[in-house]
Design a protein around this ligand. Structure first.
Ligand SMILES: Nc1ncnc2c1ncn2[C@@H]1O[C@H](COP(=O)(O)OP(=O)(O)OP(=O)(O)O)[C@@H](O)[C@H]1O
Ligand SMILES: [Mg+2]
Length: 365
């Protein structure tokens, strides 16, 4: 069989490997699954596409892959919608939820069928089996594969066309710790070759070490778009205080202008934006004893909860995630912005939080 020398990459599209999502929206009846979403994935980088269950991740990826028609906006690869890519398997490889395999077909045979369909030689089947670590199981039936093995087989299928762009929906699901480590190294190496990788997850810490850039969505809307480094920098430390009288301390703090004060599940008070010394002095003046103070740095997962909770969105509450802490004061102050929050109609916010942005814990700006 003749090889297609340019991998089907010539002519039809710009060959950049760039993914561009612009003002993308999708409604399913009354459900706004995706709302005015915009981001780009640059070649040579791994972008994490993060959001809780039902946030609209799969719907977005399906629109990008031409499986769902957008209600508005565009999703392109190499400047083209998926339907205009020519031989798309040579441009973009993808793994979506619930990939089905013929249960009685072996992994090798499954891959050979797909390879033939996209004009790749059988030799490529052996290569991708090796790449995903399935060579020893190549002649076993896919129906007997574990979840992790099925994930690997799906990834092998996506890699058959040696694509420039990889789009993976929750690829870490079902992988054991070794598999997650392997996937992380694989995706990083793949991006280092100048390819684009877009990978979704509902857990930030699962992909934290894999990704360069992050798009966080909730209820179909962008909550953060920017570099992971910038997101990490927007975290803040807080002080956990155990006062003799909670309400006396909270009042004293609020009167002194420290408004980011919230209770913790264990009965302490979490204070953002005040030093241990300031809190101690205020407590002394207010006449309540302190039995302990502890400084803590916000972890990324907590920040992720904050960004994706519907607390400040003005949309119906779905209830806070487990461990979410309700602030004492309800509602954000005027002008409150989440870090990296993308205002509708504005260009993506890449430079990190605005000056004076206070965030990372209580969400009280
Ligand atoms: N074909 C469909 N018909 C109707 N509603 C749909 C359809 N597909 C998705 N939705 C709805 O759109 C919203 C977003 O779903 P989507 O599957 O994109 O979320 P997700 O971020 O991938 O979630 P998960 O983490 O659970 O996979 C949900 O409210 C879902 O019920
Ligand atoms: Mg999904």
């Amino acid at each position: 069989m003749a090889r297609i020398h340019n991998g089907g990459r010539g002519g039809m599209h710009d060959g950049s490997g760039r993914i561009t999502v612009q003002n993308l929206s999708k409604q399913f009846g009354p459900v706004n699954a995706v709302q005015n979403l915009s981001f780009t994935v640059e070649p040579g980088s791994v972008t994490g596409f993060l959001g809780p269950n039902g946030a609209g991740k799969t719907t977005t990826l399906r629109m990008l892959l031409g499986l769902v028609t957008p209600s508005a906006g565009t999703a392109t690869i190499n400047g083209r919608p998926h339907s205009q890519l020519g031989n798309p398997a040579r441009v973009v490889g993808s793994v979506l939820e619930n990939e089905g395999f013929h249960p009685s077909r072996t992994a090798r045979n499954h891959l050979r069928v797909y390879a033939a369909a996209i004009g790749m030689p059988d030799q490529r089947v052996e290569e991708v089996l090796g790449l995903v670590g399935l060579s020893p199981a190549a002649d076993r039936k896919a129906g007997g594969f574990s979840l992790g093995m099925r994930q690997r087989l799906a990834l092998a299928t996506a890699l058959l066309g040696n694509p420039q762009v990889l789009v993976l929906d929750e690829p870490a699901n079902g992988l054991d710790p070794e598999g997650i480590l392997w996937l992380r190294n694989f995706l990083r190496a793949y991006a280092r070759e100048g390819r684009s990788v877009l990978v979704s997850s509902h857990l930030l810490n699962e992909v934290e070490q894999t990704i360069d850039q992050v798009v966080i969505i909730s209820q179909g809307m962008t909550r953060y778009y920017g570099s992971l480094d910038q997101l990490k920098k927007s975290r803040q430390s807080r002080v956990l205080v155990q006062p003799a009288d909670v309400s006396v301390l909270v009042t004293a703090l609020q009167e002194a202008g420290f408004t980011q004060v919230s209770p913790t599940p264990d009965g302490r008070v979490a204070v953002v934006g005040a030093t241990v010394r300031q809190i101690g002095d205020l407590a002394a003046k207010a006449g309540t004893a302190l039995y302990g103070m502890q400084e803590e740095h916000a972890d990324l997962e907590h920040l992720f909860f904050q960004l994706t909770s519907s607390q400040f969105s003005g949309y119906p509450q779905q209830g806070p995630p487990p461990g979410y802490q309700q602030p004492y004061q309800q509602g954000p102050p005027p002008g409150y912005q989440q870090p990296g929050y993308q205002q509708p109609g504005q260009p993506p916010y890449q430079q990190g939080p605005p000056p004076g942005q206070q965030n990372g814990w209580g969400g009280q700006g």
